[in-house]
Design a protein around this ligand. Structure first.
Ligand SMILES: NC(=O)c1ccc[n+]([C@@H]2O[C@H](COP(=O)([O-])OP(=O)(O)OC[C@H]3O[C@@H](n4cnc5c(N)ncnc54)[C@H](OP(=O)(O)O)[C@@H]3O)[C@@H](O)[C@H]2O)c1
Length: 294
């Protein structure tokens, strides 16, 4: 098994973010029996932690923060080694209280990254700008060491940048070779906002057959790694933090092969070029994302 030697990236706060994260949404999302601990999710997170996934991605709406907290406690990994992200959406109008509630569930005194989950609020009592001011306040309280956003288009970012005293550290977007978001990723980085990718494995789990299939076949044979590792490695070499998940230990071990090899510049470019031949969005979210080619 390759060790997890994936790089970290520097956030605009100066903190280092591990570029491979273990997500607790999608496959682990809890939609019923919300007050009951899902031991399967706890065990999956513990497996991920034991393999070296020290960046965990949670959210208020996933209803998995308690499971993350238990997994962290049972893993006995020192807090300072971990990078914990969570997000606010349901309680957007009361961000400081929402963070307090998340911290209690997580059993932590701070998160490393706190994100506005989505710019499409379901309340008219709030603007992007007032929400961002509340995020800045929780950052100043020390309970969110970095703050950022998710699913924001350029227009949303421009709106908050016009009043921000703290620039978002991260914008978490659906991103993969078939959804390269070229209009926003480098534009954001120039402003200090790094992109994190959810759905990085969409080309192999939802978009087959596709033009990348043949390229992946060549690269998996060349490096002796699985297809997931090639896609995750491409994401990381694009400067984008990869947020993935699996309930299966063997799959997670495969993902970690991404830490054991490096694609050449030509191979990164080839995946990008061939990826542009197909445009595919795998997200199940019911929101209107505007032009997802942005
Ligand atoms: N900010 C947002 O709005 C947002 C939206 C969506 C997700 N997220 C975050 O991003 C995380 C990852 O999202 P994602 O699940 O879309 O990521 P992903 O990395 O694209 O997909 C992970 C899934 O791929 C499956 N998989 C892996 N290899 C496969 C293969 N060869 N064939 C078929 N299936 C395969 C795994 O299934 P098994 O479990 O069966 O191994 C796993 O459930 C979430 O957990 C969440 O934390 C954020």
């Amino acid at each position: 098994m390759a060790s997890n030697t994936l790089p970290t990236a520097k956030l605009n706060t100066g903190a280092e973010i591990p570029m491979l994260a273990y997500g607790t949404g999608t496959a682990h999302f809890k939609s019923s029996n919300l007050d009951q601990i899902d031991r399967k999710t706890v065990e999956s997170i513990k497996t991920a932690l034991s393999l070296g996934f020290y960046h965990l991605d949670g959210a208020e709406v996933y209803n998995t923060e308690a499971e993350i907290g238990i997994a962290i406690k049972e893993s006995s990994i020192p807090r300072e080694k971990l990078f914990i992200t969570t997000k606010v959406f349901t309680n957007m109008t009361t961000i400081p209280t929402a963070l307090e509630t998340s911290l209690i569930k997580l059993g932590l005194s701070y998160v490393d990254l706190y994100l506005i989950h989505n710019p499409f609020f379901t309340t008219s009592a709030l603007t992007l700008q007032t929400a961002w001011k509340a995020m800045e306040a929780v950052h100043r309280s020390g309970k969110a060491r970095a703050i950022g956003v998710s699913n924001f288009l350029r227009s949303h970012l421009l709106s908050i940048l016009s009043i921000a005293t703290i620039v978002p550290a991260i914008n978490q977007l659906e991103y993969n070779p078939y959804l390269q978001r070229e209009g926003i990723v480098s534009w954001s980085l120039e402003r200090g906002i790094r992109t994190a990718a959810y759905g990085p494995l969409v080309p192999i789990r939802k978009a087959r057959p596709g033009p990348l299939d043949a390229v992946l076949e060549v690269l998996t044979a060349k490096y002796g790694v699985c297809e997931e590792a090639v896609l995750l490695r491409w994401t990381v070499q694009m400067g984008v933090v990869a947020v993935t998940t699996s309930g299966k230990r063997e799959r997670l071990e495969g993902y970690l092969q991404a830490g054991g090899f490096e694609l050449t510049e030509g191979e990164v470019d080839e995946i990008s070029r061939v990826g542009r031949e197909k445009h595919f969005r795998g997200s199940h979210w019911g929101f209107d994302y505007g032009d997802s080619r942005e």
